[in-house]
Design a protein. Structure first.
Length: 256
């Protein structure tokens, strides 16, 4: 399968900011999946209050801004980078996707990044670790005034993910209020450099970085972070949303 990135920003904004809070991928043809596994993960129709609280508390809002200089015109421009989501690992550390973060300070082709800022909820944060090949970044909250500013995820990581598993996640679509989404694990997909676990969940811009959980015996297990909205290119209708999203493969997530 051959994918090509379709950026939702234009001009200098594409260069200054490495994403837009919701990466898009498009391809020719159809996305395929493997034969579904038996539905043996015992998902109840309605999640318990404890489960919903665990999922909602684990997701945090992440946003970034940058001030850049156009090296051709010498003009300074400020861009709001939009909002994404992330997973609270502790009171100070958050895991999110790298593509939504502002570019580092310094010169980048025809621009120079003069200032960049990352905010988790209402707290300033900085990147302490990143891996472009996995599209993951670890953020550290720097100005938390209280003992407890974030509620870290206290559950377990899924040992495996199979097609047919039902899952649920939470994020901040379009930078608004936190919302839930759900969907089945539908298969896998990849571009020239990265593979994704596909879920048939409806997500929007701002959901990049949202933690996704699969269920076993009614309990949620962390399965990865949402990284892409899967798009398909149709010659007659243009680029269409497939209704599927790409999630970090477990091996990338656990090896980071």
């Amino acid at each position: 399968m051959n994918y090509s990135p379709r950026f939702c920003s234009l001009g200098l904004l594409v260069t200054a900011l490495s994403g837009c809070g919701g990466a898009l991928y498009q391809k020719e043809g159809n996305i395929t999946s493997t034969k579904p596994a038996p539905a043996h993960n015992d998902v109840t129709e309605k999640a318990s209050r404890e489960t919903l609280k665990l999922i909602l508390d684990a997701s945090v809002k992440v946003k970034g801004t940058a001030v850049i200089k156009d090296l051709d015109s010498n003009e300074e421009l400020k861009f709001g980078h939009g909002t994404a989501s992330g997973l609270a690992l502790s009171n100070n550390y958050v895991l999110t996707v790298m593509h939504m973060l502002p570019a580092p300070l310094g010169r980048h082709e025809k621009i120079e990044v003069l200032y960049s800022n990352i905010v988790v909820e209402e707290y300033n944060a900085k990147v302490v670790k990143s891996d472009p090949s996995k599209d993951l970044a670890l953020l550290k909250v720097e100005n938390c005034p209280r003992e407890q500013c974030l509620t870290p995820y206290a559950g377990a990581i899924a040992g495996k993910i199979e097609v047919g598993y039902l899952g649920m996640g939470a994020g901040y679509p379009f930078g608004g209020s936190e919302t839930l989404f759900k969907g089945y694990v539908a298969g896998s997909s990849h571009d020239s450099e990265k593979r994704f676990t596909l879920i048939d969940a409806s997500i929007s811009f701002g959901n990049s970085g949202s933690p996704f959980f699969v269920f076993r015996e009614g309990k949620p297990f962390l399965a990865g972070l949402v990284q892409t909205m899967q798009m398909i290119k149709n010659k007659e209708q243009g680029t269409l949303n497939t209704g599927m999203a790409g999630v970090t493969p477990l091996e990338d997530f656990t090896a980071f």
